[in-house]
Design a protein around this ligand. Structure first.
Ligand code: HEM
Length: 411
């Protein structure tokens, strides 16, 4: 049944091809139909496209997220000698919950789990609504406007910096750092981009170090206080503290893409957009469908701590496995009429936030941001229409999002 090696697929050509990056779905469908898991013999990397296989992988104790265990990865001695810049960059980025296995992962995640409990997030809604209103107030109506540069690129960053009490004067600098850091782990990353990412990461951490010292005298923000408490009581050292904080703040980049991708899905399926307008009780399922249909990330990684078996496929210890979310979220074995955009879809076991112990801690916040943005758009405008061809980013392999989304907002 399973052609495990699927030798006809040229993974690296495909994954970096602008045609694929603009619309990966036909390619992913073809490959998923061959098998749920593929080994690329050239790189030794496993690609996971099946929903059930991904579900098993992210929950398996054999599979972790510490890329230092990847035997062909950046931390092995030969790689270090061949590409010292990568070694420096990934070492600087390494020590945070998302890159850790037990017990370090749990130790760090516990610091923030309380602050990110679903019950703690709804009180942030007025702040998010205020930011939405300010951004929308500044947009021209009745004429073409780029939804990405006018709205989506800004909202999540503003929300994240409010979360950690960072002043608005930092917006431009943080946006610049984020642009450099978004490339980390991208298979198309050049040496210049690695250097830029490393410089930005160091600048980010230096800023956060000063910010924490400053906020120590002004307690009262739950996210900052939790961070300082963990630093002071030794739960996290300074490098872990700064990396985790940076990781939490830069969760905003994926939310940017969700806002753009979600609006585009609505605009391309006007019957569904109209339905949501007239039946707003579907908001919750509509958001899940936006997340499923055009996921804002392409890969979710795992590194095998021990051999992991799925069916007749074994992912050996030390191997890197990449879940291809575009394929997983449209697996017909899990989703009926998977290529249709249906705002009432239920159940909707979409996997954009990953799963198992590393499931995105910011998911309730991201969902709330999308809800606030879509609600504000529907409340304010009687019609929203496409005003030109949207342009996908085609120089990023690990994120899927829009460079521009021209729309016309009709009051
Ligand atoms: C729609 C927007 C977002 C998407 C698509 C997204 C996606 C993800 C994914 C795929 C993971 C890894 C899950 C896994 O490996 O199984 C993750 C982890 C994480 N995300 Fe998000 N994220 C988003 C927004 C956010 C936000 C707003 C924050 C912060 C407030 C955030 C903070 C984190 C953190 C800290 C982790 C690491 C969790 C851990 O390793 O235990 N994310 N996210």
């Amino acid at each position: 049944m399973n052609t495990a090696t699927s030798a006809d697929i040229d993974w690296w050509t495909m994954l970096t091809d602008p045609d694929y990056l603009s619309n990966p779905h036909p390619h992913l469908k073809r490959i998923r139909e061959i098998a749920p898991i593929h080994l690329d013999p050239a790189s030794g990397i496993y690609f996971v496209l099946g929903h059930d296989a991904f579900n098993a992988m992210v929950r398996a104790s054999e599979m972790g997220r510490d890329t230092r265990l990847w035997t062909d990865g950046w931390s092995r001695p030969e790689s270090k000698d061949r590409d010292p810049l990568s070694y420096e960059l990934f070492s600087e980025f390494q020590r945070q919950m998302v890159n850790s296995n037990p017990p370090d992962h749990r130790r760090m995640r516990d610091v923030y789990e309380k602050a990110f409990r679903p019950a703690e997030i709804p009180p942030l809604l007025p702040m998010i609504e205020r930011e939405c209103a300010q951004l929308l107030d500044a947009l021209p109506v009745g004429e073409p406007v780029d939804f990405m540069t006018g709205f989506a690129n800004h909202l999540p960053l503003r929300v994240s910096r409010n979360l950690f009490d960072i002043p608005p004067e930092m917006d431009a600098e943080m946006a610049r750092w984020n642009q450099a850091l978004i490339k980390i782990g991208d298979i198309m990353m050049t040496q210049d981009q690695k250097q830029e990412a490393l410089d930005s990461l160091r600048a980010y951490k230096a800023y956060l170090r000063g910010h924490l010292a400053d906020r120590r005298n002004h307690p009262g923000n739950g996210f900052v206080d939790a961070t300082l408490e963990a630093l002071d009581n030794g739960t996290m050292d300074e490098d872990e503290t700064l990396n985790n904080m940076k990781g939490l703040i830069s969760g905003n980049e994926t939310t940017v893409n969700v806002l753009g991708n979600g609006l585009l899905s609505m605009l391309r399926n006007p019957d569904q957009f109209d339905k949501l307008r007239s039946e707003p009780e579907h908001m919750r399922t509509a958001i899940e469908e936006m997340l499923r249909f055009e996921p804002s990330i392409n890969f979710i990684l795992r590194v095998a701590i021990e051999d992991f078996q799925y069916g007749d496929m074994v992912i050996p210890a030390g191997s890197l496995a990449l879940g291809l979310i575009g394929a997983i979220n449209r697996d017909p074995a899990r989703f009926e009429d998977a290529d249709a955009f249906d705002i009432t879809r239920r159940p909707n076991a979409q996997y954009i936030f990953g799963g198992g112990p590393h499931v995105c801690i910011g998911a309730p916040l991201a969902r709330l941001e999308v809800q606030a943005a879509v609600t504000a758009l529907l409340d304010r405008f009687s019609r929203i229409e496409l005003a030109g061809e949207p342009v996908w980013w085609t120089d990023r392999t690990n994120q899927r999002g829009l460079q521009s989304l021209p729309v016309r907002l009709i009051p």
